[in-house]
Design a protein around this ligand. Sequence first.
Ligand code: IMO
Ligand code: MG
Length: 419
Amino acid sequence: MSSIAVLGCMWGDEAKAKIVDVLGECADLVVRFQGGSNAGHTIYLNEDKYVFHSIPSGILYPETVCVIASGVVVDVFDLIEEITELEKKGISFKDRLLIDSRAALVLPLHKELDTANEDKSGKNKIGTTKRGIGPAYSDDRARTGLRLNDLYHKDYLKNRLQNLYQYHNQAITPKELTTLLNKLITAGQRLSQYVCQTDTYIRRRYLEGDQILFEGAQGTLLDITYGTYPYVTSSNTIAGGIATGAGIPLRMVDKVIGVYKAYCTRVGDGPFPTELHGKIGDRIRIQGNEFGATTGRPRRCGWFDAVAARYSAEINGVDRLAVTLLDVLTGLEEVKICTAYWTGNQRSEDYPADAFSLAAVQPEYLTMKGWDKDITACRKYKQLPKNAKEYLEAVADLLAFPIEIISVGRERIQTILMN
Ligand code: IMO
Ligand code: MG
């Protein structure tokens, strides 16, 4: 029996889905355990593009069962749309999707609140995806929220909905309430075939010897507790979140793969020490197609930050690294890695705990020679140019963890597996 967690270790968009897809071939079960439709996981398969928001990307393997565990917040309308779109592409969900009955619901009100909060916050905004994630998790913690299971108890649901609008001081007419109630009940019926207690299922399958893959969303530096608060998402994105989000004992996570881009990106606001504002940043954005899969926003781009990366590797207890989008750096004369932070004349190799301190640091860089040779056809480590290998070795040395997977292009086969 064994399980692997694939976790984004920076600010999200590390190409986790590509790594899940590469490893998914051996997985019996792929489990999402946190986040919601704020995630945008893109997979290219034989030139076809698939974008997943709530469905685990393992759904592309016909034998794999996909689980949306209780730690995920679910917008039932978005989810049905996602299922319908994928069904149109020929993907079958029959007996292949399980959604936990305790998953907290993202309601239209949550999206409205998220958007309104952002719009009125001016320069203090977080830069959220406006998918209602923060308000939905807040309501769940405040115990004012609704859960998937509530869709099967009409009177209770009506009562809770009314209370929720009152709690937020939002008006809803009886007619609007009835319409929403009916839409939710219809959505509940459409999804009922998938709804169950997923924690029991995951634990049993683990003990039966099945291969389980936990698919992280967002990234460590967006973790609600350990990221640069308040510029974070509202869930625990770190490995520790798997136990609570999926309802499994800690010891059922056997291996953690930390996914890092060969450079850094951030979408939304918040400090970003290695951000590149000039031509090189623009070049990386275009070359790497760094535009949000969920919101279409241009992503901020910067050099690889080994200080932040080591922090995330340690906090997740990663066993192995996956380095993605290495091909995007091809053609740059020089490539840089941030090795330390300076605050005034104080040097530190530790990632600070708060956004104020992070915003004040100046990066110290290790500058290395770039490479020109197209690497997208490389399938073995030894085929990579010398400078690319030296760059990867510097990353592995600075993080003190070995690299297991290198991605050199967006397709499944454009991957180098070490050892
Ligand atoms: P994947 O899974 C990158 C960012 C938003 C914003 C902050 C809070 O594709 O890597 P939220 O809507 O979650 O309340 O927004 O988190 N964010 C992401 N950034 N990738 C993601 O997901 C993200 N999901 C949320 O841009 O800064
Ligand atoms: Mg994404």
